[in-house]
Design a protein around this ligand. Sequence first.
Ligand SMILES: NC(=O)c1ccc[n+]([C@@H]2O[C@H](COP(=O)([O-])OP(=O)(O)OC[C@H]3O[C@@H](n4cnc5c(N)ncnc54)[C@H](OP(=O)(O)O)[C@@H]3O)[C@@H](O)[C@H]2O)c1
Length: 299
Amino acid sequence: MILVFGGNGQLGQELSRAAAARATVLRALSHAEADIADASAVATALALWKPTLIVNAAAYTKVDLAETELEEARRGNEIGPGVLASACAGAGVPMVHISTDYVFDGSKQGAYLESDPVCPVSTYGRTKAVGENAVRRRLAHHVILRTAWVYSEFGHNFLKTVLRLAATRDELRIVADQHGSPTSAAELAEAVLNVAGAFVHDRTLAGTYHFTAAGVTTWHGFASRVVSIAAPMTGHNPRVIPIGAADYPTAAKRPANSHLDCRLFIKTFGFLPRHWTAGVDATTRALVGSTQQAGSHVA
Ligand SMILES: NC(=O)c1ccc[n+]([C@@H]2O[C@H](COP(=O)([O-])OP(=O)(O)OC[C@H]3O[C@@H](n4cnc5c(N)ncnc54)[C@H](OP(=O)(O)O)[C@@H]3O)[C@@H](O)[C@H]2O)c1
């Protein structure tokens, strides 16, 4: 059985959904059920569930708040992964740990390889990079999967923010000079389950991999796609205006280039990601459809 930490997050919830569809035995623990930085809670969970593999989907993901909430960010992204890795090493259990494009500074021309040196430009990115190293140091049998620009029907994400703003505004001003691959948590969950299935039998697959949807766009391209899919269903069709990151100051700096090269993952695990538009279209339709269905019950 697969034991997931961070079970109430975007990826955690999609892992539960994807495992149920495949009849894979998986138990997802929420933050309230197990804090990954709490060694005794982690040990208790491992002893109780006796997993064959662990997925760490838990993380402190509030990128801007991390600049001021350093202790919380360290707990979720540095201490927690280290505690999990030590517990896995002690129990002889392999772990899939999720990381981020934000370990890079975004200055590279072209897609980032797994072997490129990390150089985070935010507290979130720095804590995630430290967490990666804690996993590498403490647990030989790890897969670190870096992904980017994750969205889903669950939780807070850019796609949902765009839908919310599009309902009330005539104009959305969206950053057009940061590049990345919007990745559906549903597809990421499928990728993680594929890794889990292979890694549990073949621990020589241990290492660091990149996985995102295929193709690259900007936040402006991402938002424009969401609006163009939603508009025929909602009637809300705001103009989407491109702006520079310099015109939208945020507490945390973000990489201008988040494009991750996923060829090693595809070659190793035989799982081909779909183009980013496929997941964005499906999630947009699902979210708008569920809102309209809920609305149709209101007298
Ligand atoms: N979201 C993105 O755009 C993105 C991009 C690249 C990589 N990633 C990585 O992908 C992974 C999954 O992200 P996601 O989008 O699913 O994140 P998410 O929706 O924010 O979920 C993270 C979950 O982890 C929980 N958590 C935080 N600290 C914890 C702790 N100390 N112990 C146990 N649980 C804790 C959170 O619970 P609370 O809400 O109760 O704190 C939340 O349920 C993370 O490793 C993230 O760094 C995400």
